[in-house]
Design a protein around this ligand. Structure first.
Ligand code: SF4
Length: 330
């Protein structure tokens, strides 16, 4: 049997090229080799969301992008975290085997406390336990992560190890599968591409929108005038060319260094490359979007398949923990 991959993704709405290159294309590749479970972690999102007004719309748009990009609901289970409530049960049970000191030392908890001092909710400190419950409920063996997420996965491994040693083996220790793709820098040339920094290019953007966004990209600060020689390796537009215009990278580099091309024209080439790369995606997305119930059908089917696994795991956990009523044999 193929090993099981589990990955959780916050409902961030329309996906951008950073999401696509860093995560979604990896999800697509993994489903050829593994039994994949892809979960939209809406409960996790509640730890930082100030409003849930557009939550359902964000889930819908994200799943639409995933499917249009090539995640196959016949091969992979795609579902929303809160639709399988067994995760909340397992979260409670795992919280009983997790020392509070382990959670208080997590760097992202400390960062969140600084970032949102007005909303230091219990969910923030319990986040790694809920994340462990997500993986463990589906007996995830492999978790695709970026290097920055390795400490979280290590904590998940510690929690399941502790559970297994206290109550007997139930959960495999999840292994990290490092995403080889470097994180994509946004149009500001500084921060990781993210909707929250408004430095993204959505994969569903039209050619006109892509051009407008690319025009705003920061370039090599040394190129103040058209005649100034450039330093492509210090320019984020050039980094994006490496993903989207690989056949012309040498030429663009040389032209930039010798001031043979201006940034305006260089950006036009990039916008054109991104646009043509994403054209088949936009076409598939339009077809899927024309079927109003399709996304809900995919999520309902994913929920059914995920819940079947979750019920088995919870039964096993309760047996090990001595929570099931004793059957009187007399
Ligand atoms: S010519 Fe292109 S690679 Fe060179 S600095 Fe301008 S945008 Fe960047």
């Amino acid at each position: 049997m193929a090993k099981r991959v589990f990955s959780g993704f916050r409902p961030t709405g329309r996906q951008h090229i950073g999401n696509y290159l860093g995560a979604v294309q990896n999800f697509i590749a993994l489903q050829e080799e593994y039994d994949c479970v892809y979960c939209i972690v809406d409960l996790h999102a509640l730890t930082t969301l100030e409003s849930t007004e557009i939550l359902q719309q964000d889930i819908h748009e994200m799943v639409l992008d995933w499917l249009a990009a090539g995640i196959d609901p016949q091969k992979s289970i795609i579902f929303v975290q809160s639709h399988v409530p067994q995760v909340e049960e397992l979260h409670t049970m795992l919280s009983m085997v997790t020392p509070l000191s382990w959670l208080l030392r997590v760097p992202t908890f400390k960062e969140k406390v600084k970032k949102q001092p007005q909303n230091v909710n219990y969910g923030l400190v319990g986040y790694p336990v809920l994340m462990t419950a997500d993986i463990a409920l589906y007996k995830g063996e492999i978790v695709p992560v970026g290097e920055d997420q390795l400490p979280h996965l290590e904590l998940a491994r510690e929690i399941v190890r502790r559970f297994n040693s206290l109550y007997g083996f139930v959960f495999p220790e999840p292994q990290a599968k490092l995403t080889l793709f470097p994180s994509v820098i946004g149009l500001d040339g500084v921060q990781k591409m993210s909707k929250s920094y408004n430095n993204q290019i959505e994969i569903a953007a039209s050619p006109e929108e892509i051009l407008e966004r690319v025009k705003t990209a920061f370039t090599d600060p040394a190129r103040k005038r058209r005649s100034d020689p450039g330093h492509p390796e210090e320019c984020n537009v050039f980094r994006l060319h490496k993903f989207f215009t690989p056949a012309r990278v040498e030429e663009i580099s040389s032209e930039c260094i010798h001031a043979g091309i201006g940034c305006v024209d260089c950006k036009k080439i990039l916008a054109q490359s991104i646009s043509s790369t994403l054209e088949p995606f936009r076409e598939r997305r339009a077809v899927l979007a024309s079927k109003p119930d399709y996304i809900n059908e995919v999520l309902d089917d994913g929920t059914r398949r995920a819940e079947a696994i979750a019920k088995e795991t919870i039964k096993e956990v309760k047996e090990k923990m001595g929570l099931l009523r004793r059957v009187n044999s007399e």
